[in-house]
Design a protein around this ligand. Structure first.
Ligand code: CA
Ligand code: CA
Length: 507
């Protein structure tokens, strides 16, 4: 055998070994973790401060609270830097367990829950073995829960899905040792067997085979029963859901990768400067106090028991919001404003049960939102909008109108998401006085908070409204700076870089 022949033979052998290795490698890769599609809603829990938190993108508001009456359980969940993944700005929520079974304590409630007959819930949990009960629940009538029950460790977890008990998961599956565990609940009624599956750290640890019906959307409670009692101790991060059942390989990916890299919100665009906007950051003063506009030239005057709160939808130094205590004639009265045939209203509202008029305009041009929830624009009744504002938490509301739109001249957005449309042709009206927090006759009052009230003379786009849900108007430059930027060709690209989506979430 000559040298060339030996080399050729060696090359052939190496080639065969390489081919076998490649086949083996690709088989291993095929069976390994597969990146799932973007979740239908994802909560990174990276806010770091405040009582309000948002999903990536649009569509829901989260709220922290407590029903505990004694320290330390009379505090809401705490923002923590203990997280399953490491990236700048990452946070989780820490829940101090209540003082025993049935005890009240901290909770995190969020909107968004896959109520169909197939879906996936994914979250990270670190149980600190302080005797807590409910890791997860959904409001009554929709209950989906993981509940630690029984005496002594290891207790089991009772599991419900869409109001149906589906069995018990071994308590050792989620060890109460303060280490992070990835939990995925996957269900699919169309399967012939194993319709429900629970994975912990990517391993299948539970199956059941119930036929589970669909339910209406509900609040999800983290770290608590829906009744805000029977709390739980430890950390929770990265709560996400899909309206489709993920595969075992996709769940395996989630057990090793942060959802931050796949959670995508919609496109966001910076809105134009409003014609009028009020931030209510005065923060003090009783009846007679003047609230200055940030944009425009229309100051408002406080009447009766309008007060202040630092519980605001956005966290920045010096932020405050108006608080209406329910006194019959509490209100803010402004000068006159003209609503044209195109425009937008953006407002943050914290509704307490029993609240009546959020805003009004009169005479002749009634533009108002009343009770639950009748909407008038320019003296035209548009309709009644179900569930537009949530009770006991902040909701972002945007109303747009544009007579040139052929099919949906009026659009109503809740928390950045299109919620209702109407198609009335609005006529121009004469200028009318603006009110916040009451009817023009001052006898049907709002109860709760109002912040960041702003008006535009054109209909905002969905991308601009998505930005407004995720960003405070405080992030727009001062009106004078804005005018300079708009006058210069470099303005918008510079703004695009400076006013990106807030920290801790991808666009
Ligand atoms: Ca996080
Ligand atoms: Ca404010």
């Amino acid at each position: 055998m000559n040298r060339q022949h030996r080399l050729a033979k060696a090359g052939w052998v190496i080639g065969v070994i390489g081919a076998i290795w490649l086949v083996g490698w690709s088989a291993a890769a095929w069976a390994g973790p597969i990146q799932p599609p973007a979740p239908d809603r994802a909560w990174l829990l990276d806010e770091e401060a405040g009582l309000n938190f948002r999903p990536v993108g649009i569509g829901g508001m989260g709220r922290l609270g407590t029903n505990g009456t004694s320290p330390p359980w009379n505090s809401p969940p705490q923002w923590s830097t203990y997280t399953p993944f490491s990236y700048p700005g990452n946070h989780s929520l820490y829940f101090e367990d209540g003082s025993g079974p049935g005890a009240y304590g901290p909770w995190a409630a969020l909107t968004g829950y896959p109520q169909g007959t197939a879906g996936t819930i994914s979250f990270w949990v670190a149980d600190n073995n302080t005797g807590g009960k409910y890791i997860l629940d959904a409001t009554d009538g929709h209950r989906t829960l993981l509940y630690r029950y029984g005496a002594g460790y290891p207790e089991n977890f009772g599991v419900y899905l869409n109001q149906t008990p589906i069995g018990a998961l071994s308590g050792t599956s989620i060890a109460a040792n303060s280490t992070w565990h990835h939990v995925a609940l996957v269900w699919d009624n169309s399967l012939s067997a194993q319709k429900q599956k629970i994975y912990v750290n990517g391993n299948l640890v539970f199956t059941s085979d119930y036929t589970v019906g669909s339910v209406n959307p509900a609040y999800v409670y983290l770290g608590s029963r829906y009744s805000a009692q029977e709390t739980w101790g430890g950390w929770i991060d990265e709560y996400a859901l899909w309206n489709t059942p993920l595969s075992a390989d996709q769940v395996a990916w989630l057990a090793n990768n942060s959802i931050r890299s796949i959670a995508k919100g919609p496109q966001m665009n910076i809105p134009p400067a409003p014609t009028d906007a009020w931030f209510f950051d005065e923060g003090s003063g009783g009846a007679g106090t003047i609230v200055k506009p940030r944009w425009g030239n229309n100051p408002g005057t406080l009447y009766s028991n309008v007060g202040w709160t630092t519980d605001t939808p956005f966290v920045y130094e010096g932020n405050s919001a108006l608080w209406f205590d329910g006194t019959t004639d509490n209100r803010v009265e402004f000068g006159q404003h003209t609503f044209g045939t195109a425009g937008s209203i953006s407002i943050w509202a914290y509704r307490m049960p029993g609240a009546q008029y959020l805003f009004d305009s009169s005479p002749g041009a009634r533009t108002l939102l009343y009770a639950q929830f009748s909407l008038f624009l320019n003296d035209t009744y548009l309709g009644n909008i179900s569930n537009l504002l949530d009770d006991n938490r902040w909701t972002h509301l945007v109303i747009t109108w544009d007579n040139s739109d052929p099919t949906a001249k009026q659009k109503i957005y809740k928390n950045g998401q299109l919620w209702a449309t109407f198609n009335a042709t609005l006529n121009p009206k004469t200028a009318a006085t603006l009110w916040l927090g009451n009817r023009y006759s001052n006898n049907e009052r709002w109860v709760g908070g109002i912040d960041e009230y702003a008006l535009w003379d054109r209909a905002l786009t969905p991308e601009e409204i998505a930005w407004l849900f995720q960003h405070s108007l405080h992030e727009l430059p001062e009106p004078s700076t804005w005018a300079l930027l708009m006058a210069g060709a470099i303005g918008l690209p510079v703004l695009g870089r400076c006013y990106r989506r807030r920290k801790g979430a991808t666009q």
